[in-house]
Design a protein around this ligand. Structure first.
Ligand SMILES: NC(=O)c1ccc[n+]([C@@H]2O[C@H](COP(=O)([O-])OP(=O)(O)OC[C@H]3O[C@@H](n4cnc5c(N)ncnc54)[C@H](OP(=O)(O)O)[C@@H]3O)[C@@H](O)[C@H]2O)c1
Length: 310
C-alpha cells in the first residue's frame, strides 16, 4: 500500500510503498483511511519538534483521520503516539479508541475540523470552570483553531469574544464567525478586562501581550485564566513575576497530557455531531496523498486546512 513516509526530520514526507500494517493485538483493527488532515501538530510530528516526539524514523505521520472498517462503518480515529500514523491508505487503530460517525458525516469536514475544534472545546470544558457570560480573548484567532475557538466560545455562552491576530485583513473576516471585536497584537492594551485568554501563539507575542493586557486591567481583583494551547510563535515566553503578583492571573495548559486521551475521546461524538450539523465554518482544501511532498511545503500559511484523500 502507499503512504506518506518521513525519513528525515528536515525533509517533507515522500509517497512510498510500505507494508500493509498488521494488528499486534486482538483489540486492534486495520482500517481504510478516508480523509486525514495536515494540522500543525502533524507538521511538528513530522519535523520531530513536538514534545511527544520519540525521534524514531522512518514514520508515517498523521495523528487523526476519518477511517472505514471492513463493514463500511465510518469512524473518527485519534491515534496515540505511533510511527504508523494516518497518512496512509490503511492504518491500525485500537477498537476502543475510535468513535463511530453518523452516516451523514462529511469525512473531509470532520477530518479538518475535529483537531482545531477540540482544542478550545476540551480546554473550556475540562481545564477551567468556564462560565456563561465570560469575556474571552483569543490569541492567534485567524488560524484554524482560533477560528473554531471563536465559534466554540460563543456556543458555550461567552458574552464577548475578542479575536487577536497579526493580519488586519485576516482579522476582518472574523466578525462573521461571531467575534465581537478584532485587535492586532499591538492593540492589546485596549482589550479591557477579560476573564479567559485562549492562546495559540505563545513566544514573544504572548510575553509582550500579557504585560499590555494585564497592566491595563481595571479590576485587578478579578480572576483571569490564561489557557496555553499552541505555540506558533515559539516554545518559550518570558512571564514577568509582576504579572502574577499584581493581578489574579492563572496560567494553565491544555493538550495531550494535561487532558487524558479518554477525555478527548469522550468529547469527540459531540464535536463530530456539531461539525456534521454545520455548526462550524470549516475551510478545507483536499489533495491526493500522492501529492504529499509538494502540498506539504506549498500549503504552509494557507487559510484552508489541507485534507489528504489516500
Ligand atoms: N493542545 C491542543 O489540544 C491543540 C489542538 C489543536 C491545535 N493546537 C496548536 O494550536 C496552534 C494553532 O493551530 P491551528 O490549527 O490554528 O494552526 P494554523 O491554522 O496554522 O494557525 C496558526 C495561527 O497562529 C498565528 N501565528 C503563526 N505564527 C505566528 C507568529 N509568529 N506570531 C503571531 N501569530 C502567529 C497565525 O496567524 P496568521 O493568520 O497571521 O498567519 C494563525 O492565527 C498550533 O500550535 C497547534 O499545534 C493545539
Amino acid at each position: 500500500m502507499k503512504a506518506a513516509v518521513v525519513s528525515r526530520f528536515d525533509e517533507p514526507p515522500s509517497y512510498h510503498d510500505v507494508p500493509v500494517p498488521v494488528p499486534q493485538k486482538s483489540s486492534e483493527m486495520v482500517v481504510d483511511v478516508v480523509a486525514t488532515a495536515l494540522h500543525p501538530r502533524v507538521r511538528s510530528q513530522a519535523d520531530g519538534s513536538h514534545y511527544t516526539s520519540t525521534g524514531v524514523l522512518p514514520l508515517v505521520p498523521g495523528i487523526d483521520a476519518v477511517v472505514r472498517d471492513f463493514r463500511g462503518v465510518l469512524y473518527y480515529a485519534l491515534l496515540d503516539d505511533t510511527a504508523m500514523g494516518t497518512m496512509a491508505q490503511r492504518t491500525v487503530v485500537a477498537k476502543d479508541r475510535v468513535v463511530a460517525l453518523p452516516n451523514t458525516a462529511d469525512p473531509v469536514a470532520v477530518a479538518a475540523a475535529l483537531n482545531p475544534a477540540m482544542s478550545s472545546w476540551v480546554a473550556l470544558r475540562h481545564r477551567i470552570n468556564f462560565e456563561r457570560g465570560s469575556r474571552v480573548l483569543i490569541l492567534g484567532a485567524t488560524g484554524s483553531a482560533g477560528r473554531m475557538a471563536i465559534q466554540v466560545a460563543k456556543r458555550f455562552g461567552a458574552d464577548q469574544v475578542i479575536a487577536v491576530g497579526r493580519s488586519p485583513q485576516r482579522l476582518s473576516a472574523l466578525t462573521a464567525l461571531g467575534a465581537d471585536r478584532v485587535l492586532t497584537f499591538d492593540q492589546l492594551d485596549t482589550a479591557g478586562d477579560v476573564d479567559v485568554v485562549i492562546d495559540y501563539v505563545w513566544g514573544p507575542p504572548t510575553a509582550k501581550g500579557m504585560v499590555d493586557l494585564l497592566s491595563h486591567r481595571r479590576d485587578r481583583g478579578k480572576d483571569v485564566i490564561w489557557i496555553e494551547i499552541g505555540s506558533m510563535a515559539g516554545p518559550g515566553a518570558e512571564i514577568l513575576s509582576a504579572a502574577l503578583r499584581s493581578t489574579r492571573l492563572q496560567i494553565v495548559g491544555s493538550g495531550i497530557g494535561s487532558v487524558s486521551g479518554d477525555t478527548f475521546r469522550e468529547e469527540i461524538p459531540s464535536i463530530a455531531e456539531a461539525v456534521t450539523a454545520g455548526a462550524f465554518d470549516v475551510r478545507t482544501r483536499t489533495a491526493p496523498l500522492s501529492d504529499v511532498t509538494a502540498v506539504w511545503t506549498q500549503s504552509l500559511g494557507e487559510d484552508e486546512r489541507v485534507v489528504f484523500l489516500p
